[in-house]
Design a protein around this ligand. Structure first.
Ligand code: AMP
Length: 500
């Protein structure tokens, strides 16, 4: 379906043609007409599917006549995403006379307050700074007609629910509410119920087309050789621009120094940096001043750089949704891209769970010309040069520096840890009586005579036990034992008006 059939006004059609968008993506085809009609909408779409334009285009059209009162409010979980969304607002709305601004923490308030004083039609904000400025009476939300919650699942992961509730109390009851989320756990449904009336559900496949066009490979490699493998790949393949994901900010720092010491320049983006450092890293990457950006999950949320050629997961993400988000940074909007994931032996369970969730086998690559038996040249870099199963203990240890939110795998890791007692790391601080109890129970369940059961599944448990474990985890996380997909829930009708 061409854009012309979606009912968008000429100014928007012109901006889209200037942006070289030839046709709408599936989520845009589905969402734009229903939002234009004024419906409340719940959209399930992941990053890389074109979801931002799916809500911005109809929002711009519905608010097209400027009043310089805040009539559109878009909440995002991160500063980077707020900046990104506001850039798209300007891009799509360039032939309209609306004013917009983004407000977020970590930078001085003054310029934001000045922009607000001039009057804005559409405000993009992160919750904390928004509430601060409301308290200082710099923002009045009483005229809001359209309220958008972007990446709602991330918002909840990051603990923003109380802030969202405070903001919602200040909005007029009569408004249009649009909620976009990559996943649809029970908390999001509850939130949608509390915010919307008769909302229309629009969704695209759980794994968007852009993910399907990303070439994905797993590289099994011992932890201590990951940095060497990265250097090896850099010398053997052209990977520009390259986005490398690290699980922790310290890991990102170490990798940055390692690459620097080998003459490879890169930038980092993580929550330990100031906003201006993060902005400089992003701008430099966007403008190709450096070709490699090392990012943690949280900091990477708003990264939208065109034509990222490769994504490398230096550390495998510990839940499948993060994996999708990460690899969605390449191959965006139907462009081809490549995603490599380094998988150490202790991360294998995560690799298998990603395959299970995406229902596809990912090719495992072993390079002929790489020495997998070598001692590390990057001594001190890899925090993961640990014996097998230490990955599991790591998930039990307090993870102050871990940036991604613990979800299903962390629980899975607990399950593994609880039942594979003999290999437990004695230094793990979570060794309590309960752990010992679980441990003992695990031994008796898992092995009758000290040997482990022959038939094991992805959690390393006998497969029948594993099914039970999976059901328990799913029930707890998603309120259903049937899977974590929104589509699998019978109470939601596709593209139909449902009340919830
Ligand atoms: P999003 O899923 O909103 O993060 O968008 C992913 C990327 O797709 C962004 O870089 C957009 O500029 C791009 N994009 C969105 N819609 C289209 C479209 N219809 N055609 C081509 N590119 C698009």
């Amino acid at each position: 379906m061409p854009f012309s059939q979606l009912g968008l006004q000429p100014e928007l059609a012109r901006a889209l043609s200037d942006a070289n968008y030839l046709r709408p993506t599936p989520i845009q085809s589905k969402a734009i007409p229903v939002i234009l009609e004024g419906n409340d909408v719940v959209g399930t779409a992941q990053t890389g599917t074109g979801k931002t334009a799916a809500f911005l285009l109809p929002l711009l059209q519905r608010l097209a006549s400027p009043s310089h009162k805040t009539r559109g409010l878009i909440l995002t979980p991160t500063r980077e995403l707020a900046t990104q969304v506001e850039l798209f607002l300007r891009k799509y709305g360039r032939f309209l006379k609306l004013r917009s601004t983004a407000i977020f923490g970590g930078v001085p308030q003054k310029p934001q307050v000045q922009a607000l004083r001039k009057g804005v039609d559409v405000l993009v904000a992160t919750p904390g700074r928004l509430l601060d400025l409301i308290q200082q009476r710099c923002i009045d939300l009483s005229a809001v007609e359209i309220f958008v919650l972007d990446e709602a699942d991330r918002m909840l992961d990051m603990g923003f629910l109380p802030d969202i509730q405070k903001v919602v109390k200040l909005l007029p009851k009569q408004r249009q509410t649009i909620l976009f989320s990559a996943t649809m756990p029970q908390e999001i449904r509850d939130l949608a119920c509390s915010l919307q009336k008769n909302s229309v559900l629009v969704e695209v496949a759980r794994h968007p087309e852009s993910v399907a066009v990303v070439e994905q490979k797993f590289f099994p490699v011992p932890s201590h050789l990951k940095a060497d493998l990265l250097m090896h790949l850099l010398t053997r393949e052209t990977m520009k621009p390259l986005l490398v994901f690290s699980r922790t900010k310290h890991g990102a720092d170490r990798l940055h120094s390692f690459l620097g010491s080998h003459g490879v320049s890169s930038a980092r983006i993580h929550s330990g940096l100031t906003q201006s450092q993060r902005k400089e890293a992003m701008d430099g990457f966007r403008q190709s001043r450096w070709q490699i950006l090392i990012a943690t999950d949280i900091a990477a949320r708003g990264i939208d750089v065109h034509d990222i050629s490769h994504v490398i997961n230096f550390d495998i993400p510990n839940n499948p949704d993060d994996y999708t988000h990460r690899i969605g940074r390449t191959g965006r909007a139907e462009k081809a891209g490549t995603a490599y994931t380094f998988v150490s032996p202790e991360e294998e369970a995560f690799a298998r769970a990603i395959e299970k969730s995406s229902r596809r086998k990912i090719e495992r690559v072993r390079l002929e010309d790489f020495d997998y038996g070598a001692p590390s040249k990057s001594r001190g870099l890899s925090p993961r040069a640990q014996p097998r199963n230490d990955a599991v203990s790591r998930f039990l240890a307090p993870q102050k520096e871990k940036e991604s939110s613990p979800k299903v795998f962390d629980r899975a890791a607990h399950a593994v840890q609880g039942r594979t007692g003999p290999t437990r790391n004695a230094s793990s601080p979570s060794h309590g009586k309960k752990g010992q109890r679980d441990n003992a129970r695990g031994r008796s369940r898992n092995s009758k005579d000290g040997k482990s059961s022959a038939k094991e599944g992805w959690l390393g448990l006998p497969s029948s036990e594993e099914q039970q474990e999976l059901k328990r985890i799913r029930l707890k996380l998603f309120g259903t034992t049937g899977g974590n997909s929104f589509r699998e829930r019978p109470s939601f009708k596709k593209n139909s008006r449902s009340r919830y």
